[in-house]
Design a protein around this ligand. Structure first.
Ligand code: UD1
Ligand code: UDP
Length: 363
């Protein structure tokens, strides 16, 4: 029996882990233990995913959330190392590019435990993003580089990483397909809750540090959203980072005037909103792709994207959020747009099966 420790901490990692845990549970030769760093801890940012998506209860929760980049990563590193020394797993599984990802891969690599990185090879080539630092380092520490796109494998090759690279497709595509079938009974409920009807509203998420922590960009985004809301409803499930930033500035009500602000929602409700919206505005890695998976055009509120296929296929446009006019023009241009529906840049929706097979084979 081979033992795998899965390290998760942030919302998108729970969704990815849900897909793989379900498959790993069916493999006789593998035992999975889940370690939650505690990076995300509100009910709506963490527990809701464990219960809704039947993710096995974490055996460990380190309770390390909040704080500066170094402090958070360092405290997670220390806690993870202790668990790994105790458990002596055959492999550590990490997802994406958060501080929990880097802490997990660094702790494992120093203990000579093979690291499997799901979502390897993504690059923005912007080292000012904490995520870019986390993902580059994690890739260089990993034995198994499990890529979501062919572009990702090319990025790795450019850095001399070719051994252990496996194209498996995007595990978020697995999740999109799996849960799309469950929205039928829920879509009415969530739309009623946000007082919207089908195809009538814009869905927005904003949480990137480079937007929330840059006053000019945040003001440009919220100014554009308020103008957009004069024309059509704007629904914004608010990430705690954005909420905290607006509350700290003392202008929450003024800045969000006219917007439909709701608490973060569970994954099935989120998919229902993505399917029903006429347009998505987001700086989220996951949400920009899910808009495409569910056939909704998107404006990416960033300077660059790790998911350039979305722009190439005309499902999304990049819009550095430096002026309201720029954002409104991008929203207008994307409304009603349908991109390429034939291409399959992110695999076949069987990334979890492929990853499990690789791990069983290689360990
Ligand atoms: C983190 C990841 C980012 C990912 C995002 C997913 C890093 C560097 N960033 O960003 O890559 O896209 O998660 O959502 O790892 N907070 C709460 N309650 C919570 C969670 C967070 O109040 O449940 C607060 C924290 O205390 C902190 C702020 O929100 O003040 C930001 O949280 P943090 O985990 O540092 O970064 P995210 O912006 O969530
Ligand atoms: N998500 C969710 N509820 C919300 C907002 C987002 O379930 O209120 C999901 C979203 O559908 C996607 C994931 O969370 O699957 C993305 O997480 P986030 O935007 O926080 O992080 P990123 O993908 O940018 O790392």
């Amino acid at each position: 029996m081979k033992k795998i420790i899965t390290i998760v901490g942030a919302r998108p990692q729970f969704i990815k882990a849900a897909m793989l845990s379900r498959v790993l549970a069916d493999y006789q030769g593998l035992e999975e233990i889940i370690l939650h760093t505690g990076q995300h801890y509100d009910h709506g940012m963490s527990d809701v995913f464990f219960s809704e998506m039947n993710i096995p209860r974490p055996k460990y929760n380190l309770g390390v959330g909040g704080g500066n980049q170094g402090a958070m990563t360092g405290r997670q590193l220390e806690g993870i190392e202790t668990v790994l020394i105790d458990e002596r797993p055959d492999c550590v599984l990490v997802y994406g590019d958060t501080n929990s990802t880097l802490a997990g891969s660094l702790a494992a690599a120093k203990l000579h435990i093979p690291v499997a990185h799901v979502e390897a090879g993504l690059r923005s080539y912007n080292r000012r993003m904490p995520e870019e630092v986390n993902r580059v380092l994690t890739d260089h520490l990993s034995r198994f580089l499990l890529t979501p796109s062919h572009k990702a494998a090319l990025n790795l090759a450019r850095e001399g990483l070719e051994d252990g690279v496996h194209f498996v497709g995007d595990i978020m595509y697995d999740a999109a397909l799996f849960y799309a079938g469950q929205t039928a009974s829920r879509v009415g409920t969530i739309l009623d809750r946000v007082h919207q009807t089908l195809d009538n509203f814009v869905l927005v998420t904003v949480h990137r540090q480079e937007n929330t922590d840059a006053p000019d960009r945040l003001e440009a985004i919220l100014d554009a959203l308020r103008q957009l809301a004069a024309d059509r409803p704007v629904v914004l499930p608010i990430h705690p980072r954005l909420r905290k930033m607006l509350e700290a500035g003392g202008k929450f009500d003024e800045m969000t005037l006219g917007l439909t602000i709701i608490a973060p929602v569970g994954f099935v409700d989120m998919i229902s909103l993505l399917q029903a919206a006429s347009l998505v505005l987001t700086d989220s890695g996951g949400v920009q792709k899910e808009a495409y998976f569910h056939g909704t055009p998107a404006v990416i509120l960033r300077d660059e994207t790790e998911w350039g296929e979305l722009v190439d296929l005309n499902w999304a446009t990049l819009c550095p959020p430096n002026s309201p006019a720029h954002i409104l023009a991008a929203a207008d241009a994307m409304t009603g747009r349908t991109g390429d529906t034939e291409a399959t840049p992110y695999g076949s929706g069987d990334a979890a099966e492929r990853i499990a097979a690789i791990l069983l084979d290689e360990l």
